[in-house]
Design a binder for this molecule. Structure first.
Ligand code: GRF
Length: 177
């Protein structure tokens, strides 16, 4: 079963739901985000794990991992999740945590990948699905797809469209292994 970690809009969560993947739980580090509404609408148990309620990040991450395990999760997808994960989480799901990122990593890691690519003046950026380690978008690349920067007015939209196709595809393949 799949657990999805979110922080915001949740359009990648929606793509996973629409692909019919077996999602058992959705965990968010922020309350009142659109992703939680999407989980609720799909009848998927969802919970908020607010860092402010814990002594530290380790304690919070352990709590998320406990809750996911209770729900039968053995594969975790970060879909717009904006916090780094500690070993207390990652050690529980070895090689079983993936993330989607809007650039061709290792180029443009971090939260502003699309803006950074535009600022750098590259012709081509893209989408990466990768394994998650403790670093910021540093885990082993699983699959990448390039996206041309031009036409700029639709770049964000085109990148998201690729994410919404690539992420469910890769997750499906990895879960079938
Ligand atoms: C996506 O662009 C994803 O690549 C990045 O954050 C964004 C999340 O969008 N990590 P959403 O919450 O899935 O709509």
């Amino acid at each position: 079963m799949i657990g999805v970690l979110v922080s915001g809009e949740g359009s990648n969560l929606q793509a996973l739901i629409n692909a019919g993947l077996p999602i058992a739980a959705v965990a968010s580090n922020r309350a009142e985000v659109r992703a939680l509404e999407r989980a609720e609408a799909a009848g998927i148990p969802a919970r908020v794990f607010d860092l402010a309620q814990y002594v530290d990040r380790d304690a919070r991450d352990r709590d998320i991992a406990d809750w996911l395990e209770l729900r039968g999760v053995d594969f975790v997808v970060l879909a717009g999740y904006m916090h780094l994960l500690t070993p207390s989480f990652l050690d529980r799901f070895p090689e079983r945590v993936v993330n989607v990122h809007p650039s061709l990593l290792p180029a443009f890691p971090g939260a502003r990948a699309i803006d950074d690519a535009l600022a750098a003046g590259v012709d081509t950026t893209g989408v990466t699905v990768h394994f998650v380690d403790q670093g910021l978008d540093t885990g082993a690349v699983i699959r990448q797809e390039p996206v041309t920067v031009e036409p700029r007015s639709t770049l964000v939209q085109r990148i998201h469209a690729v994410e919404h196709r690539l992420l469910p595809q890769v997750v499906q393949e990895l879960c079938a292994r």
